[in-house]
Ligand binder design. Structure first.
Ligand code: NAP
Length: 321
């Protein structure tokens, strides 16, 4: 099969589209013939060698939608030829083996391209808002980088929950697109005073939940936008791993949560289970809609990495196989 493999860390040219053996599914795994695969910010860091714990060599990719090709020992609940989607390392390939517990049936109304836009972004947003923040109807939510893969999913989840939703972006056109997806208040954090705007738009109350993903550049603005007892969920550090800011200890009352869906003990029993039960039917009903920015052939993976760096995308960059 063809796959994108990385043998040394570096720039775009360390990724090679090569012939590799088709992987065999181990116990509890399902081999999927990949039809579409999503692009994630983290992959650019894995390629560069700045993603903690990334071994070499590795096949790039973190999510796929496709058709069940072969069942590993002990797998129940899936059948050959079934349409599926899920999170899986090594997904930028013609075949990938996915742990059955991470695999979901693809709703009939979603194409493979739409399915590939869901797993990482939506499950991260779902874990942050549904599980960690325990989001309730009527709460006020602030989403940093609302045009990102995770942010655009969080926007729909929070709106569906009946929340007032604000979001930030570095460009006016991304703010405008987020408004088309239901954003109540959008701010360009490069030129607007976020805390002042949030104070004005919430009658001085601030927000109940803040999704934090950029880092030092916006941390103070986000903290200053929080309401009394608000919850901050830190899930990313797109602006760099070192983040330095004042918590204003002794003055402010906030809960600060840091999360990873890969390591959280709550992810499988709580987030995967509630996603199957609550979110999957909402996709099938057309309430939740995958947000696709562009669809490219998988052979153009290097272009997808460039687009992540350019930061003009809204939602997901998807590649077809
Ligand atoms: N904790 C977890 O379990 C988990 C799971 C999945 C993803 N993540 C993390 O979540 C974050 C978002 O992932 P994603 O795939 O949704 O990202 P994405 O679609 O590529 O969007 C990232 C956005 O971050 C903003 N940004 C701000 N400063 C940036 C900088 N210095 N460099 C690049 N982007 C910057 C940009 O939007 P603006 O230009 O509008 O600011 C950019 O478009 C990443 O840090 C990723 O590693 C965490």
């Amino acid at each position: 099969m063809k796959a994108w493999i990385v043998r040394e860390f570096g720039g775009l040219d360390v990724m090679h589209w090569e012939d590799l053996p088709v992987p065999e599914p181990g116990p509890g795994q399902v081999r999927v013939r990949v039809r579409a695969t999503g692009m994630n910010f983290a992959e650019t860091r894995m390629r560069a060698g700045t993603y903690s714990g990334q071994p070499l060599p590795f096949v790039v990719g973190m999510e796929a939608a496709g058709v069940v090709d072969k069942l590993g020992e002990g797998v129940e609940g899936f059948a050959v030829d079934q349409r599926v989607f899920g999170r899986a390392r090594g997904a930028h390939a013609e075949y990938v083996c996915i742990d059955a517990e991470h695999l979901l049936p693809l709703p009939d109304n979603l194409g493979f391209e739409q399915g590939a836009a869901v797993p990482v972004g939506w499950l991260t947003a779902w874990h942050a808002l549904h599980t960690v923040a325990a989001l309730r109807p009527g709460q006020r939510v602030l989403i940093e980088a609302v045009a990102s893969s995770v942010g655009s999913a969080a926007l729909q989840i929070a709106k569906q929950r009946g929340c007032w939703v604000a979001g930030t972006a570095s460009r006016d056109d991304k703010v405008a697109r987020a408004r088309e997806w239901g954003l109540d208040a959008g701010y360009n954090y490069k030129r607007e005073n976020l805390a002042e705007r949030i104070a004005a738009d919430t009658g001085g109350q601030g927000v109940d939940v803040g999704l934090m993903t950029i880092g030092e550049e916006t941390a103070t603005m986000l903290f200053d936008s929080m309401g009394m007892g608000g919850k901050i969920v830190m899930y990313g550090s797109t602006g760099g791993r070192q983040v330095c800011f004042s918590l204003n200890i002794g003055v402010r009352n906030v809960e600060l949560h840091s999360m990873s869906i890969s390591t959280s003990p709550r992810f499988m029993p709580e987030s995967m289970a509630s996603f199957r039960e609550i979110a999957l039917p909402l996709f099938a009903q057309g309430v939740f809609k995958p947000v696709l920015d562009v669809v490219l052939p998988l052979a153009e993976l290097k272009r997808a990495h460039q687009m992540i760096d350019e930061r003009t995308h809204f939602g997901k960059i998807v590649m077809t196989v």
